[in-house]
Design a protein. Structure first.
Length: 276
């Protein structure tokens, strides 16, 4: 699957740490055959060095088309991690250039890459030179404002990025305020690659209303507890209570099964309160 060939609008499950693990992705897939799935972000250094982190490469074939999101800042590590993703048969890697968490940004990962376009581009080139996977990027409007958005994304495009998603907030905003999609529509006029909007989309109908000149959208928080949000409500009725309970139980079963697989692979218990 190439981004340029996907049917429009492109509708995606946004990567969410602690949420979009294989169990949840399988649930979203069962209800939405056409949605494109993204994993939660995973450290490239962790993937290369830790057996426990490598369990994040496990997925069910039904999840395809599936993209694995990676974070880090060392181009060589990205290349190593991307080769592992390629060996597992996923469709591509997505690079996190938008996470505003202090721990991530202080390590020069996530949003910090918006301030270091040179490293951001070297990461893309390193992956492209070492494996055949498509590379996409998920980022934000900018650090404090959107002044550098067009130049930054054009550099990413020149480095070989095949799709970009923009969360319509800045690093400084984190999750505060309302997502601003206007700079994303303007950016589309300056790119040749597919561009997706993200931020505050409630459901499929809302995504369509916001689409304008974009190629598609991602839904994050509103998909938590509502994997039906990707469905066109004009075609599919809202699920009744019994259906919601059945899907919740299926999700629980998949989470338990996945925990057992992790325990048997790494012969250790997940930390108390740790994420599956
Ligand atoms: C719990 C949680 C975890 C997240 N983890 C990630 C992540 O791993 N990678 C990423 O790019 N964005 C992550 N995000 C950001 C979302 O992908 C998305 O950009 C953001 O929530 C805005 O979209 P929304 O309004 O549809 O939720 C996370 C958001 C939440 C709420």
């Amino acid at each position: 699957m190439r981004w340029s060939e996907v049917k429009r609008p492109i509708v995606c499950l946004a990567p969410m740490d602690g949420v979009t693990n294989t169990a949840y992705r399988q649930i979203v897939r069962r209800l939405n055959p056409e949605v494109i799935l993204f994993s939660e972000f995973t450290s490239v250094d962790g993937l290369v060095r830790s057996e426990r982190v490598r369990t994040k490469l496990d997925y069910d074939p039904s999840e395809q088309p599936l993209f694995m999101q990676l974070f880090g800042n060392n181009p060589q590590m990205f290349a190593e991690a991307a080769k592992m993703v390629e060996q597992r048969g996923m469709m591509g890697v997505d690079i996190n250039m938008g996470c505003p968490a202090k721990k991530i940004v202080h390590s020069q990962h996530g949003s910090a890459l918006m301030k270091d376009p040179d490293t951001a581009c070297r990461i893309i080139e390193s992956i492209r030179n070492n494996c055949g996977l498509q590379v996409s990027v998920k980022t934000r409007l900018g650090w404090k404002n959107e002044d550098g958005l067009i130049d930054f994304c054009r550099s990413l495009q020149s480095a070989g990025t095949s799709m970009i998603t923009i969360h319509g907030r800045t690093y400084s905003q984190a999750f505060k305020g309302v997502a601003n999609w206007e700079p994303i529509y303007e950016l589309k006029n300056h790119l040749q690659i597919p561009l997706l909007g993200n931020g505050d989309v409630l459901d499929y109908q809302d995504g369509i209303k916001r689409l304008e000149n974009l190629d598609g959208f991602m839904i994050g928080r509103h998909a938590i507890g509502n994997p039906w949000c990707f469905q066109d409500s004009k075609k599919y009725p809202q699920p009744v209570l019994g259906e919601r309970i059945r899907v919740a139980l299926d999700h629980y079963g998949l989470l338990c099964a996945n925990t057992l697989v992790i325990m048997s692979t790494t012969s250790s218990m997940p930390k108390p309160g740790g994420r599956v």
